[in-house]
Design a protein around this ligand. Structure first.
Ligand SMILES: [Cu+2]
Length: 363
């Protein structure tokens, strides 16, 4: 009898695993890496991009799927692509760090990455892993729940990737080469970006400010990715709290906050509700700088959270969106002993917890 039930249980397990395997898809993509004209901050650059897009294409998979990405390098630099945060189970050679798991793809060359996403759900990203090419060669990698399963929170009405980046008004490769040559720190960036756009507070940038739509009463998922090269960034939205539900492709015990901080490479999934007056609100990111006296880019990048039902005076470009309250300044944070800082800065506290639970590091 016992043997019978054991057999039955085994059969069920086998059936379940076969079914999930049957649902898993193999996705094929082509990445063409090439110089593309990109205009930011009033100046056009020959920017290295994937498929002519900046940021690059968003990959969307389900947990369990296999990605096959053929990368063709038409740029004049050596390059590899790293799948940031993916646990490469028995596919270490597909991870991507140049000279660690592979030789770089030389100009004119190709390389095909093949790996299966298993046991990870949420948001990750991909980026170039050679010199400073990742300043412009990056994109989101979204992992939906395994086929037939759902989020451990109510299904959001919309989902929007929010990629925070750092922009140099020059060739990022030249910036790092100059630094290597002189031994001095590399030049600080000239702008931060949200989905590739600096936003309203920079020259020649207002018209292209990213709009994130929301409807009254909706709950939406924002997949925030810090794709900046070096800079930890605060992220906040005027007049809106949000609920953190995941980080680095793992779900978290949800908590509500009005600001998060992401180190370079980290991702954080937040739910935001359209529970404020229909209007336009700034989404903003700026530096969290903890090094004393070190120069840093102290500018602020913005996008606009726009209620679909916002009346024209509020929606029309003539009226300025509402700006988030300023976050505690670097010096304020530094002047507090860390224990006090934790108590006083409740907002930061949640982030510090997040940092501890997150194992992601920029690689
Ligand atoms: Cu990485």
């Amino acid at each position: 009898m016992e043997a019978n039930s054991c057999f039955f249980f085994g059969l069920l397990l086998l059936l379940a695993s076969t079914m999930s395997l049957a649902n898993a898809k193999v996705q094929h993509h082509e990445f063409l890496v090439q110089a593309t004209k990109v205009k930011r901050l009033c100046k056009t650059h020959n920017t290295i991009t994937v498929n002519g897009m900046f940021p690059g294409p968003t990959l969307e998979v389900n947990n369990g799927d296999t990605l096959v990405v053929k990368v063709t390098n038409k740029a004049r630099y050596n390059l590899t692509i790293h799948w940031h945060g993916i646990r490469q189970m028995r596919t270490g050679w597909a991870d991507g760090p140049e000279f660690v798991t592979q030789c770089p793809i030389r100009p004119g060359g190709t390389y095909t990455y093949r790996f299966t996403i298993d046991g990870q759900e949420g948001t990750l990203w991909w980026h170039a892993h050679s010199s400073w090419l990742r300043a412009t060669v990056y994109g989101a990698l979204i992992i939906y729940p395994r086929e037939g399963t759902s989020y451990p929170f109510p299904k959001p009405k919309r989902e929007t990737p929010i990629l925070l980046g750092e922009w140099w008004d020059g060739n990022p490769i030249d910036v790092v080469r100059e630094s290597t040559r002189t031994g001095a720190a590399p030049n600080i960036s000239d702008a931060y970006t949200i989905n590739g756009q600096p936003g309203d507070l920079y020259n020649c940038s207002s018209e292209d400010t990213v709009i994130v739509p929301i409807g009254s009463g909706e709950t939406n998922l924002l997949r925030v990715i810090n794709a900046a090269l070096n800079q930890p960034l605060f992220f906040t939205i005027a007049n809106h709290n949000f609920t953190v539900v995941g980080a680095d492709a793992s779900y978290l015990k949800p908590f509500t906050t009005s600001v998060i901080m992401l180190g370079p490479g980290q991702t954080t999934d937040v739910l935001i509700s359209g529970d404020q007056l229909p209007a336009r609100y700034y989404i903003a990111a700026r530096a969290y700088q903890s090094a004393q006296n070190a120069p840093f880019d102290n500018t602020t990048t913005t996008a606009i959270l726009e209620y679909n039902s916002a009346p024209c005076p509020a929606k029309c470009l003539t009226s300025k969106p509402i700006m988030p309250r300023y976050q505690p300044s670097t010096t304020q944070i530094q002047s507090l002993p860390s224990a006090t800082a934790l108590k006083v800065l409740g907002k930061l506290r949640s982030q510090l917890i997040l940092m501890k639970t997150s194992s992601s590091q920029l690689a």
